[in-house]
Design a binder for this molecule. Structure first.
Ligand SMILES: NC(=O)c1ccc[n+]([C@@H]2O[C@H](COP(=O)([O-])OP(=O)(O)OC[C@H]3O[C@@H](n4cnc5c(N)ncnc54)[C@H](OP(=O)(O)O)[C@@H]3O)[C@@H](O)[C@H]2O)c1
Length: 253
């Protein structure tokens, strides 16, 4: 009995010591320690939306460092060129040719009728898309009662419909190859409702429902679907947030 007690205390102390080093949750820590390593992605063709700043930009650097080929999309071409230059520096010897390995493809995800052409451009350049990271998005600061309906519409068009539209034009290509990975950057607010971000939270909940369903539908096509739910990350997200008034970002108020 005393042996069991000592073993139990040992296990509890061990778990607490691990827990102290965990930043978000224990599952993430487990995969960090024992999951696939990021360098297994070498030579994969990864399309990142929202690559001009924040999470998308830093993901681009991480993937460039292991030799991925990247399509960098967002609206601001100049910022994408800056990210591309840094990707080339980071990739160093793993780089074959800057202009072949990193494609800057300006894209507004709310301009749905441009998505087909964007996919064609990517396929002409790389011949395939291994991973699509739907990362572009905006957050919100404003209480529901004061928020104009046009703001709700705007957020759904960007965070939900833009993501759905781009995914839909990439999917046939992945199904044809029987391979691919769709990643969606949701949020903790995709799991919980939070004050002053009601619509944002709703858009992320919508992504959860849609992409969980897609995951079951394309499982037999060899396509993975991952939904990432970050907690707070320091980026330009707050200043770029929509406000209660249509057309006014938080930074302009
Ligand atoms: N930061 C956090 O705390 C946090 C937490 C959970 C989830 N997230 C999610 O993470 C993702 C990235 O956010 P972030 O923190 O990196 O914020 P960010 O720095 O503001 O980046 C947002 C990105 O989305 C792009 N974007 C905005 N509107 C677009 C449009 N119409 N078409 C194409 N791209 C557009 C922006 O580029 P352009 O302006 O050049 O178009 C930018 O590259 C978002 O989906 C966000 O909801 C963030």
């Amino acid at each position: 009995m005393s042996f069991v007690l000592i073993a139990a205390i040992f296990i509890i102390v061990f778990l607490i010591s691990i827990y102290k080093t965990v930043e978000v949750d224990i599952t993430l820590k487990y995969y960090e320690l024992f999951g696939k390593k990021v360098d297994e992605l070498r030579d994969k063709v990864v399309w990142i939306t929202g690559a001009s700043s924040g999470i998308g930009e830093n993901l681009a650097y991480e993937l460039a460092s292991v030799g991925c080929k990247l399509i960098l999309s967002a609206r601001r071409k100049q910022e994408l060129e800056r990210v591309k230059t840094k990707c080339s520096e980071i990739a160093g010897k793993k780089l074959n040719d800057e202009d072949k390995d990193f494609l800057v493809l300006p894209l507004d995800v709310t301009k749905f009728d441009t998505h087909d052409q964007a996919v064609q451009t990517v396929l002409e350049h790389f011949g395939q898309i291994d991973i699509l990271v739907n990362n572009s998005g905006r957050s919100q600061r404003g209480i529901i009662i004061n928020t104009e309906f046009k703001v709700d519409q705007e957020l759904f068009e960007l965070n939900v419909l833009g993501t759905i539209s781009l995914t839909k034009v990439v999917l046939p290509h992945m199904i044809e190859r029987n391979a691919g990975h769709i990643v969606v950057v949701s949020s903790l607010t995709g799991k919980l409702g939070v004050p002053t971000s009601g619509t944002y939270s709703a858009t992320k909940h919508a992504l959860q429902g849609y992409f969980y369903s897609l995951r079951t539908e394309v499982y037999d096509n060899g396509i993975d679907v991952s939904i990432v739910c970050p907690g707070p990350v320091k980026s330009a997200i707050v200043e770029n947030s929509v406000s209660e008034k249509f057309g006014k970002a938080c930074r302009t108020i």
